[in-house]
Unconditional design. Structure first.
Length: 562
């Protein structure tokens, strides 16, 4: 009963952190997220993708919608909610939020199976409030289901020893289909978990079924490699780092040109040494304390907060040391899983910048070290109170940054959401042209925010995406390279970095919320000119991020500037 109550409270709290204000934070939707959402809706309505050429079940043959090379399974995972409801930021991300909560549950059971219930409870709590887990659990990104299925698969593998060990196979396969970045670590994770299982529980059935599981995984991966070999079109194999990468070759040439010629130059400056340096640099940057605990990277767009809390550093160190002293074999297992989580990033291309999606399988096991460290010193009540208070303050600070500062920074293409709302307010008999340096992306986001993917609209949408006129009713979308032209009978909305028209004396603005700079300009407006507009947007409240239900006056006076 105590475990049930704990899990119930844990899941409710985790769900709250992942769905509170989900209809407005993050304040927009990115292109990669939008891909899964639009395709899920299209499949639900027509049985095919937006182009009408791709069937959803073909994902299991590693076939993708044309010109898209994302993971396979998220298209299908989003159909039950996204495909059967109206578009909104809440419905788009609800599937991911639920999977994120299930990840916490699976992580609890996995840690309990490896260690014990107290360590599992503390680790699950730390994971539930971890900044990265909250951040990514409120998006549609494909690494969320991947981590969920991997953790559940490992738990089932350790729990269902003997003949039931093979029950983990479907979960491992689902994890493989969920995210391209973690495909490369499927076999290493299965091998490592099998070795740990056989060492901890050296029964004959465990060894036999571990071999069967490994054989099944090898066959499955071989099918994947064969599918890539016969596939028509591009694949993402070229993204794997290679010694012949142009960046590596250029680096070798540059270093040799500025070196005094001697026999050591060829020994220490060549494609292999440069490649090794790149991999080691990536590894060190991945475990950099300022990256993990201070500011993250460009994907994790808070910038002023790390992927973990500062207090986590203390317990991470304690956890590593205590686990090494007390349970060395388990410590080695967790350490190797942590290192394995870095592999997708280490082998991805020559650039050395951090990219958090590539290391998503590293985070759970760092959290396990942290949970173990807390468990080591929490036995005294006063220490427990101090730790709880420290984490409560840390969580409060993170939520303040994430809920009340991050939305105004313009991430997730927030300005496209504002433009989409403005377009919905236009009169049907007045022509509107939108100029953007990402015309197709702007068009797709308009389809999402206006909830315009209906069965009767699909022929026009498919024609537009096939290279025809990008148009929806009276609204047209064009690229900046076409040049911005204006007419008195046409409303023109154009991105501020387009080539500007000559008569730009009078226009309205859609401004960046953080500094008032222009994002889009509007010429020939008829929707907002009758309202009292500000010179720049200011004094925002949480309700102002709920844009779609706004009436025209409230929207114009909030987001359209003189």
């Amino acid at each position: 009963m105590k475990q049930f109550i704990f899990l119930f409270v844990l899941l409710i709290g985790s769900l709250f952190l992942r769905v509170a204000w989900l209809d407005r934070i993050p304040s927009g939707i990115s292109g990669d997220e939008l891909l899964y959402v639009l395709e899920a809706k299209s499949v639900a309505l027509t049985g095919r993708d937006l182009t009408g050429t791709w069937y959803p079940l073909s994902v299991f043959q590693f076939s993708y919608p044309p010109n898209e090379l994302q993971a396979e399974l998220p298209y299908l995972l989003n159909i039950p909610i996204v495909g059967l409801t109206s578009f909104s930021l809440f419905t788009a991300r609800l599937t991911s939020a639920i999977l994120s909560v299930l990840t916490i549950l699976g992580f609890y059971f996995l840690v309990r199976e490896i260690f014990n219930k107290p360590v599992a409870m503390i680790t699950a709590l730390v994971a539930a409030i971890n900044p990265w887990q909250i951040y990514i659990g409120r998006t549609v990104y494909d690494m969320v289901p991947a981590v969920c299925f991997y953790l559940w698969a490992m738990y089932v593998m350790l729990l269902r020893k003997g003949k039931y060990l093979l029950w983990s196979l479907p979960l491992f396969i689902l994890a493989f289909y969920s995210y391209i970045g973690t495909k490369v670590i499927l076999l290493p994770i299965v091998i490592l978990t099998s070795l740990y299982l056989v060492k901890e529980f050296p029964h004959r059935k465990n060894k036999k079924n571990a071999v069967i599981l490994l054989a099944a995984i090898v066959i499955f991966i071989s099918f994947f490699v064969y599918s890539l070999h016969i596939a028509k079109g591009a694949t993402r194999l070229s993204e794997i780092i290679q010694v012949d990468d142009p960046l590596i070759t250029q680096a070798v040439d540059s270093m040799r040109k500025v070196s005094i010629r001697n026999p050591l130059v060829d020994v220490f400056v060549n494609k292999y040494t440069i490649t090794s340096t790149i991999v080691l640099t990536k590894l060190l940057r991945t475990f950099s304390f300022d990256f993990l605990f201070a500011y993250g990277d460009t994907f994790y767009s808070l910038y002023s907060h790390g992927l973990f809390y500062f207090i986590d550093v203390i317990f991470l160190v304690i956890g590593v040391i205590a686990m090494f002293v007390r349970e060395r074999r388990k410590m080695l297992f967790v350490f190797l899983l942590t290192m394995m989580g870095t592999v997708p990033h280490l082998i991805h291309g020559a650039p050395t910048e951090n990219f958090t999606p590539h290391i998503v399988m590293m985070f759970p096991f760092l959290l396990l070290f942290i949970g173990y460290g807390i468990n080591e010193i929490i036995h005294k009540k006063y220490l427990a109170y101090i730790i709880v208070m420290a984490y409560a303050l840390s969580l409060g600070n993170f939520l303040q940054l994430y809920w009340f500062q991050h939305p105004l920074q313009g991430h997730f293409d927030f300005s496209y959401r504002v433009v989409s709302k403005y377009l919905q307010m236009q009169e049907n008999d007045r022509k509107v042209i939108v100029y953007s340096n990402r015309a197709i992306d702007m068009y797709k986001k308009y389809l999402f925010y206006s909830d315009s993917i209906l069965k009767e609209n699909m022929p026009a949408i498919r024609a537009a995406l096939a290279g025809g006129d990008i148009q929806m009713n009276n609204i047209s979308f064009a690229g900046c390279d076409t040049g911005v032209t204006t007419r008195e009978d046409v409303t023109v909305v154009y991105q501020s970095d387009c080539v500007l028209p000559t008569n730009t004396d009078q226009f309205l603005k859609i401004s960046r919320l953080k500094d008032g700079g222009d994002e889009f300009r509007i010429m020939g407006d008829v929707a907002c000119q009758k309202y009292e507009l500000k010179s720049y947007p200011d004094h925002f409240e949480m309700r102002d991020l709920n844009i779609e239900p706004m009436n025209s006056q409230t929207f114009c006076e909030t987001y359209i500037s003189l």
